[in-house]
Write a protein that binds this ligand. Sequence first.
Ligand code: NIG
Ligand code: FE
Length: 357
Amino acid sequence: MADLPPDTGGLREIDGRGLSAIPGLIDCHTHPCFGGDRVNEFSLRAAGASYERLHAAGGGILSTVRATRAAGEEELIQTTMRHRAWMRAHGTTTFEGKSGYGLDRDTELAQLRAVRSAGGIPTWLGAHTVPPEFTDADAYLDFLLADVLEEAAGLAEAADVFLERGSFDARQARRYLEACRDAGLALRLHGDQFTESGAISLAIDLGARSVDHLEATGSAGVAQLAASDVTGVLLPASSLFLARPMPPARELADAGALIALATDFNPGSAFCDSLPLVLSLACTQMKLAPEEALVAATANAAHVLGRADRIGRLQPGFAADIVLLDALDWRHVAYHLAGDVVHTVIEGGAVVFRRTA
Ligand code: NIG
Ligand code: FE
């Protein structure tokens, strides 16, 4: 305190007695811009329907595509801002947001603009799945690369693809990602969610920033990722929501892989906006230490977003993005399962959320 310049009247003091401070949480993988919801599908899954089979039958992602196309751009902006407010209340001060529910030119671009207007970092997920008006994935990619890529590259920071049976195979994913890289975008992949289909090899080969999901990754994939500088982004809320295996976080960390944690917030596979819940899952289900989990959702997530020099640490020269927790020991952020632990959220030095009562 003695080293601070004198207060000339402009300083706002925040009483932090009884609280602890962590860096603002960074959600580096979300799908926050969509129309409608999937609550009916949620009931069907509760009755035993499988996520992959619903998708294959034209539901799942494609039902959100129909609702997103029907919403206007203004509604998409309002919805994304609403979701941003939910995330903030859980301590998220930076979020990435993907397109991927338009799958036509206008709606994909509208989604990217909506994410940006809501304060997010846009990623172009044009290659999420093949929309019904195309009979095959290559014809759809022809369209994306000829008619959407140039404008998408002006709006997004990164490109992403769903490399999985029922969406795109490794050859198609490579084709899309190489074109996106040539247009100046950083690269991300949804990979190894249900099957190991070559996502890790492709990510390494193309110098992608991350490969995300990894629920199906076996020991060879763990070793391969650990020997690379590609970050594995783990999404345990999606495993929980779909009753699927957790990704091999402990094995990855022990092998020396770079890992980040994110919510994967979306209406189908993870309707979850809470990074504190993800940190709880990381510690209880994947056996990460609270310290490892916190770094994975702050500094490492900042690295995935190309911002490791600016956000994710409480350190001089970094943005004043700070979460005050209602506990003297910061580990309560993970320990208090779905608890109301976030007291105050400060973004760029300004209070943007304060818990009431
Ligand atoms: O990360 N797996 C592909 N995409 C999203 C889910 C999209 C959806 O179900 O709407 C995910 O899980
Ligand atoms: Fe995702």
